[in-house]
Design a protein around this ligand. Structure first.
Ligand code: TRP
Length: 451
């Protein structure tokens, strides 16, 4: 065995601390806001199936590899990749993967923070009883008026970025571990309440059918499903590598990753079960797009007993879920500024945060003043989302799989993964070497065939 590295940024206090932090990164807007709306846009059942399939055979094996690389390298992704490439006798250019990851993190956070800002604004709307007794149409109008106001979106985006910088500047351990500890279980419970309400809405059967009955899907839908598997698990840009770098040596990577991915998937399915029955009960279009949850859940909050309370709580928890994800999106950049450029953490957080804030203005405008500026029918926000989630993250994942499976020493990988059951290790090794890379390539090539 080669010498052991230590992270200069700290270490998780236990296996559960990592599960909570990685779970906090994974569970976010992706599960509750994005999963339902892209499922709605892509026809339902088969899309969900492809998503579950890509999670299991592509994303989970890659997540194990990404955590493993992080723990072995113990630095920000750029330095980790440079170091591990040197160790493996591979090209220094592997460090570029870390660079691309930091770029993807900035781009994703730039729009993520804007959407999280919507949720933040909705906390106050719910608390003030704005939704009480509103019809589906009126709820839709509230949403339209909200996203139509660029100044307002900018304001909430700013608040969200300040919140993110505040935690990142203090370091992951102090800020994060505590927050996630109570937030995740609470979010989970509240989703159960909402699913319970959805059961009584009159649309439950149609909701279930939509989510699980086979439907039509094209190559573009398959790409979106796979891209989302990466997005929802925070894979392919170094966030999970960064969190892996704080992981203790004696923690089982495989078990931990499977726990996190399982929780994440459960939250997404619960969100789907809470939202689609309402969509059908109130005759709303499932393919409504990014506004889907903001145009459906408030109807329920306006109609159910204690709706103002549940509504407020829901959006508070959604903001928390988004916050713990947002943090992980700039952590690699911040760690790199600290390691390579001698920044103090606070200054690094501000530099990265302000950059992201500026980029976010493009998303703010794409829901109002720039709404009509489109390319292939996509707004600036759509393009950012497509480019990052469906192209950059899968490419990052591909690089992780190829590096781990084909460039690293087999022995180092085996020791680092330390999967006790030999057959399970072989299964993972097969998935990471063949299934994941080939799967990603097929999805990409399939799409090229369409154009
Ligand atoms: N996984 C988070 C969500 O579902 C978003 C996220 C956090 C993310 N960190 C990431 C996505 C890193 C991609 C890469 O909301």
């Amino acid at each position: 065995m080669t010498r052991r590295r230590k992270s200069i940024h700290g270490q998780w206090s236990s296996r559960w601390a990592f599960i909570l932090a990685a779970g906090g990164s994974a569970v976010g807007l992706g599960n509750i806001w994005k999963f339902p709306y892209i499922t709605g846009q892509n026809g339902g059942g088969t899309f969900v199936l492809v998503y579950l399939l890509t999670i299991s055979v592509i994303a989970i094996p890659i997540m194990m590899a990404e955590v493993m690389l992080g723990r072995r390298g113990r630095q920000s992704p750029i330095n980790t990749m440079r170091e591990l490439a040197r160790e493996a006798g591979a090209s220094r250019w592997w460090a570029l993967m870390g660079v691309a990851g930091i770029l993807a993190g900035f781009l994703i956070l730039s729009y993520y923070s804007v959407i999280a800002g919507w949720a933040l604004a909705y906390v106050f709307k719910a608390a003030w009883g704005t939704f009480t007794g509103l019809s589906g149409e009126e709820v839709g109008r509230v949403f339209g008026a909200h996203v139509g106001d660029a100044g307002l979106l900018l304001f909430w985006h700013t608040v969200m970025m300040v919140m993110t910088m505040a935690v990142v500047s203090r370091g992951v351990k102090s800020g994060l571990e505590q927050a996630v500890r109570w937030m995740m279980p609470a979010l989970f419970m509240l989703l159960l309440v909402l699913v319970g309400y959805a059961m009584s809405s009159g649309g439950f059967v149609r909701g279930i059918e939509f989510l699980f009955r086979p439907s039509a899907i094209g190559p573009a839908g398959v790409l979106v499903a796979m891209g989302h598997a990466f997005f929802t698990l925070s894979l392919g840009m170094g966030a999970i590598m960064m969190y892996g770098s704080y992981l203790r040596e004696d923690t089982s990577i495989a078990k931990t990753v499977i726990t996190v991915a399982g929780l994440d998937t459960l939250v997404a399915l619960l969100a789907g079960l809470a939202i689609f029955p309402l969509v059908f009960a109130y005759d709303l279009p499932p393919g409504a797009g990014p506004g889907l949850i903001f145009a459906t859940l408030p109807i329920a909050f306006g109609a159910m007993p204690g709706g103002a309370f549940f509504g407020t709580l829901f959006f508070v928890l959604l903001v928390f879920a988004a916050w713990t994800s947002a943090i992980s999106l700039i952590e690699p950049a911040v760690a790199w500024l600290v390691e390579n450029h001698g920044f103090r953490r606070l200054h690094a957080a501000i530099a990265a945060g302000v950059t992201t804030w500026l980029l976010g203005i493009a998303t703010v405008l794409s829901f109002n003043r720039w709404e009509s500026y489109t390319l292939f029918g996509k707004t600036v926000f759509d393009i950012l989302d497509f480019l990052t989630a469906n192209i950059m993250l899968p490419l990052g994942g591909l690089a992780i799989a190829v590096f781990t499976g084909w460039f690293m020493s087999r022995k180092v990988v085996r020791n680092e993964m330390a999967i006790e059951d030999r057959r399970l290790h072989e299964l993972w090794w097969f998935l990471i070497r063949y299934v994941a890379p080939v799967g990603i390539l097929i999805v990409f090539l399939n799409l090229l065939g369409v154009y």
